[in-house]
Design a protein around this ligand. Structure first.
Ligand code: SF4
Length: 347
């Protein structure tokens, strides 16, 4: 009999599964504490459950974990971790120290099917969705390697489009925010999307986590050239659903704007962005493009970046230029998926 991966289950799923086994639903809370607060890897260690319950659980479920396969540390202490999944593909997470905060950027898919032209993950193609446990175990493994530095924020900005793996992303967030799980505040979790409109609609009603949108252009032709998904969900549809998000959630959305030399770094783009942002409040993160081997795109010069930012700030738009972390180890935005593993060469 194939055992069920218990870490793929939300607390609600686990309660249902326990009921079907004739066990009390409240044991789901006890099991969550053992799995996510005490990090046990064996049902035998769950000593507040009866012996017969532990035996039954061990027959039905398995407790998986993810081991770090490789890591690379940059000069600014940004660390890229690579995990190799059971069936071969590799995914990466990045731990970014920022003063007393430590942010973990997690992957939601092995590769990505959206094919954004500036993104190494997209250029390398799609392998598969990550399971719930493959998402949450990135946190468990990285935190285990850094016991003295609690990870304060989690961003779904690693490999993959989280909303293309919507159900597993939301279940992972359930575990991350559960009182009996990792107990993160929703305010400390951000999901970044390339703009999948139907999933953003669902997210408005189904999650309290923060939303970020990878915008990158203000004209449909430029955006479609950079991000083919824009042909399906053009700017008009995207901005309409974001207005709805703002009205219903009263929350700010962060726009990620990867600045690429001679593509989207001109003042005309800044003017258009300022016009858009007049309609509703958003924050903008300008991310100077991190050059990599997968494309000829270039990083804009500092003068262009400053002029773009100054234009937005002078129009009272909250806007910061994101410091590039871990560029020399290819851990910066758009650079994930670059560590080679032996299996990849054979595929
Ligand atoms: S930027 Fe995000 S959505 Fe686009 S290809 Fe890369 S991982 Fe996928």
């Amino acid at each position: 009999m194939n055992k069920i991966n218990i870490k793929n289950l939300s607390q609600e799923d686990l309660e249902q599964a326990l009921k079907q086994l004739g066990l009390p639903a409240y044991s789901a809370k006890q099991i969550f504490i053992w799995l996510y607060k005490k990090h046990v890897s064996d049902f035998g260690q769950m000593t507040n459950l009866s012996l017969s319950s532990r035996q039954l659980l061990a027959e039905q479920f398995e407790i998986p974990s993810l081991a770090v396969h490789q890591k690379k540390i940059s000069r600014d202490h940004t660390t890229k971790y690579q995990f190799v999944l059971n069936d071969g593909p590799a995914v990466e997470s990045v731990l970014i120290p920022m003063g007393r905060w430590h942010t973990l950027c997690v992957s939601s898919q092995a590769g990505c099917a959206l094919g954004c032209k500036f993104c190494l993950t997209g250029i390398k193609g799609f392998k598969r969705n990550l399971s719930v446990s493959e998402i949450t175990e990135q946190l468990a493994a990285v935190q285990a390697e850094n016991r003295d530095t609690p990870i304060s924020h989690i961003v779904f900005m690693g490999m993959g489009e989280p909303f293309a793996n919507y159900d597993n992303t939301l279940k992972a967030i359930d575990i991350l925010t559960s009182e009996f799980g990792y107990q993160y505040s929703h305010r400390r979790i951000t999901v970044s999307t390339a703009g999948l409109v139907p999933q953003i609609k669902r997210f408005i009603g189904e999650s309290k986590a923060n939303l970020a949108v990878s915008l990158n252009a203000l004209y449909d032709d430029t955006r479609t050239a950079l991000m083919p998904i824009n042909a399906r969900y053009p700017l008009e549809k995207l901005t309409a659903v974001l207005k709805d998000y703002h009205q219903k959630r009263k929350g700010w959305v962060t726009f990620e704007y990867v600045m690429i030399k001679d593509i989207n770094d001109g003042i005309a783009h800044a003017i258009q962005l300022a016009k858009l942002l007049k309609e509703f409040p958003f924050k903008v993160n300008l991310i100077p493009f991190n050059e990599h081997w997968g494309t000829d795109y270039k990083r804009p010069d500092e003068e262009h970046i400053r002029a773009f930012q100054e234009y937005l700030v002078s129009h009272t738009i909250a806007c910061m230029v994101r410091t590039t972390h871990g560029e020399e180890i290819e851990a910066a935005c758009g650079q994930l998926g670059g560590i080679k593993i032996p299996q990849e060469d054979a595929q």
